[in-house]
Ligand binder design. Sequence first.
Ligand SMILES: [Zn+2]
Length: 421
Amino acid sequence: MTQHHDFDSASLAHELFDALAAATGDGIGITRECYAEGENTALEIFTNAAKAAGLEIEADQLANLVVRLPDDDGLSPALYIGSHADSVPRGGNFDGAAGIVAGLICLIRILRSGRSLSVPVRVIMLRGEESAFYGRANIGSRGLFGLIGEDDLLARSRGTGKMLQEAMADLGIDVAGVLARQVFFSPERALGYLELHIEQGPVMVAHDFPAAVVSGIRGNLRHRRVVCRGEAGHSGAIPRWLRHDPVFAFADLVSRLDDHWQTLLERGTDLVVTCGIVGTDPADHAISRIPGVLAFSFEVRSQSQDTLDDFYVVFQDECQKVAELRRVSFEFDPVVLAEPARMAPEMIEALESAARNLDIPFEVLPSGAGHDAAVFANAGIPSGMVFVRNRNGSHNPHEAMEIDDFLKGVDILHAAATAGN
Ligand SMILES: [Zn+2]
């Protein structure tokens, strides 16, 4: 399957993934905090590999790194191949990194082939894709299009404890420009955006496909923190009818949301709902105390913006009903929205025909997880994604991608990026 190239893609892939695991392992999994040491270390490993191969590299205004061929002056519109260098805490080695390594291999193949392209191909190594540290996903790509706001800049990292604006300033990022929602990347500069990524769900393993072409990407709507406020009291002394119990109120709310969710699923709606963080305050909670306050995160994901909007109305409505019924109140922090995206038909077609020509079996799948490709697509840039089979899910230390599968994905990416170019 692997084509004849005068360098060994598999060796470079092994070498880079091993170096990343060694340098950013945390003892349990992989931690590459964005705008911090882990992400910087990963980018340094990629930079060294790119330079050693004879590629040119420079940072953009968001401190993402752009890699180009020596004969590309970086000025004319290009086809970008991208993915992210960061990871969740205690995550896996391939989420994001696979896409960057794939892009670098594509560029090196083009360089070694000696061909000159009519449309330059560049690799963009993005920062801050994961929302784990600041509660906002796709910071590096959204920032390029003026889509990072003050709430995001003031969010504090659960790792370093720094505010995003501080962490960005430390890397020389133009925070004032980001705050002013300056557009640093004019969409006309990109004729397309392609991204290879490991699949983060179980579908490809179940269906036994090494590669997939992505049809669309789910968006999400979130609150980092909703506070349900009741009244603290003695668990033995206060009867049910006099309680203002935020835990029972929250349980009631979740049960109501679950009913709506199930009804919508029965109607064929694409929707997932999660409260990933739930807690009473450990400083004063106790077995014998009715808690005064409960805080939770809220997230809905769908491929449809209408579904996100509609379900948010349902959520607000149920919060109001539960507040009245249970004599509690709800306080909401600002909504964080990541818009759903469709992949461009011409990019889907280019990736499909590349896979067919290479005789690589593939399927077409929607992406449940968010990706930077959604940000580029929503900026009006025709975008496409290749998924590579991966065992054990993602955002955990047990991600397992076979290098053979990875190279099939790289072959598809390379063929699509260079077809008729
Ligand atoms: Zn990812």
